[in-house]
Design a binder for this molecule. Structure first.
Ligand code: AHM
Ligand code: MG
Length: 333
């Protein structure tokens, strides 16, 4: 069968629904997807090229950086800064915002990304991925500024992620549903495989790093313990699944339902994951697919980052499980 709906065709067909659109956003999404194809290839061949190891440097968060993290970052920065649509970029791998060729005013958007999420899994043949979100500048008549990143997720214009696993997939939303594509390696094209993904209203899988149990609050412990008990009606307990790559755990949760949680704990009182380029984009996708994403008491999309690398708790998935979490752990209906 000839795949008729490639990513670029699909994006351009959606654009035709909005006669006033300039096509910039469509171009941007296509550029990002090209970066993902590069990174997917790099991840697949990193073992032969000796790219699995560390660079010997640490980033501003005190984490050791890996060669693949750095390479993936460079691919995206190079591709996207020349696109002229983004005023500034933020990457997990760089301390401060990155100026592009369009920084002086031309670019309407700013982009934040995690170039290679789950990189602790590099070398283990476990999925990794890329996560991004695009925000419109606060004031289009002015050059992009650091402040343009400090906007709530409710102002995201597009977000998405790729997963580099047994297949390479690309999932995105521009605020009109969530669409999923799979890379056909023989064509080098992303092909539409999952139009309008909807997260099930509830599920049977929970996903959390249980090695952190000793740091959790009593309430988080009680919530997770409850998932592991049969229900009063005799239904089986939830199954546990934790890959340790957020993109992979989130993607499974999106498709199968259930709950992913990385709560605050006594060791990480601000949470572990990054608000701007991990939690906000995935919260946007979760909500567009009919699910929920919270930091505990609040919806992730209502939070305004105080800093580009701010951390957050992240609890996302099916509406039912996330609501139960918020009620049991925070007493909020
Ligand atoms: P990274 O962006 O440096 O890879 O870190 C984020 C990753 C997520 O992919 C994953 O959910 C989490 O860290 C795993 O953390 P932990 O090892 O504490 O369970
Ligand atoms: Mg990450």
């Amino acid at each position: 069968m000839i795949p008729t709906q490639t990513l670029s065709r699909f994006i351009h067909s959606k654009r035709r629904l909005y006669p006033d659109s300039t096509g910039e956003l469509s171009d941007l999404l296509v550029s990002i997807s090209v970066g993902m194809k590069y990174i997917s290839q790099m991840v697949a061949t990193a073992g032969f090229k000796g790219l699995h190891g560390y660079t010997g440097k640490t980033n501003s968060h005190g984490e050791e950086t890996r060669m693949l993290d750095e390479e993936a970052d460079e691919v995206l920065v190079e591709l996207l800064s020349s696109s002229r649509h983004f005023g500034l970029l933020v990457s997990e791998e760089r301390d401060s915002v990155i100026e592009t060729e369009a920084a002086n005013g031309e670019g309407k958007y700013v982009l934040a990304f995690d170039p290679l999420d789950g990189s602790s899994n590099i070398g283990s043949n476990i999925p990794t991925g890329t996560i991004f979100c695009i925000l419109r500048k606060k004031d289009l008549s002015k050059p992009a500024s650091h402040d343009d990143f400090l906007q709530p997720g409710s102002r995201i214009v597009a977000a998405g992620y790729s997963v580099y696993g047994a297949k390479t997939s690309f999932v995105y939303s521009t605020g009109t549903g969530v669409h999923g594509f799979t890379l056909d390696p023989s064509l080098g094209e992303f092909v539409l495989t999952d139009e309008n993904i909807r997260i099930p209203r509830n599920g049977s899988i929970y996903s959390v790093n249980e090695g952190n149990t000793c740091y959790w609050s009593e309430r988080v412990r009680a919530f997770v313990d409850k998932l592991k008990e049969p229900t009063a009606a005799g239904e089986a307990p939830y199954s546990g699944r934790y890959v340790g790559s957020l993109v992979a755990d989130f993607d499974r949760t999106l498709r199968k339902g259930g709950i992913f949680l990385y709560p605050t704990d006594s060791r990480r009182p601000s949470g572990r994951l990054r608000l701007l380029y991990e939690c906000m984009p995935l919260a946007f996708i979760a909500e567009q697919a009919g699910g929920l994403a919270i930091n505990g008491p609040h919806d992730v999309l209502s939070l305004i980052p105080g800093d580009i690398h701010e951390r957050s708790a992240f609890i996302a998935g099916s509406e039912q499980e996330v609501r139960v979490y918020r009620k049991l752990v925070h007493g909020i209906e």
